[in-house]
Design a protein. Sequence first.
Length: 226
Amino acid sequence: MPAGVQLAEKQTLVRNNGSEVQSLDPHKIEGVPESNINRDLFEGLLISDVDGKPSPGVAEKWENKDFKVWTFHLRKDAKWSDGTPVTAQDFVYSWQRLANPNTASPYASYLQYGHIVNIDDIIAGKKPITDLGVKALDDHTFEVTLSEPVPYFYKLLVHSSVSPVPRAAVEKFGEKWTQPANIVTNGAYKLKDWVVNERIVLERNTNYWDNAKTVINQVTYLFLLK
């Protein structure tokens, strides 16, 4: 925000999102309306900056060895909306869930674009999800091993499908984990209200690591077909 700018007391935004969303589960969504909302609710290792370039998200830095072994260092102040830490194990669980044939994610193939070790056999049901080339070296270090060098791998990680999902909520509530009373998010916003075919209301997530730079306190998405 430019220096000297005086903000209005009420910082809210109402925007048209085209149509009702089919899901808010990062591993189940496919359309643009869903992605628009999920970028507010969930944050992956990397995000797109204002110029559309990959920039640090949950991962504050990363390095690679021969473009095959990628190591991501997570922010120690990254938290879920319930105040619990976002850890490397959250990404292990989430990427394994994305690859799992039982999840039936429309973007499971996205991990194939990155050539993660064993992804083809896992999607085909020939190997267990635990064989996916991802591991938590510690709470804040996430390692990904690829089957071949992929120099652009980090650029793939701005996609919403590789965002983390909260294991406890998913396992406790099943398909209903994305309902307002159940959902836990790690992005700048959390879900406040969802009236099907009418609106989705998001409110500021005060546990977000970069909350100090959030300006808009509430965002309302309307489903208005053009």
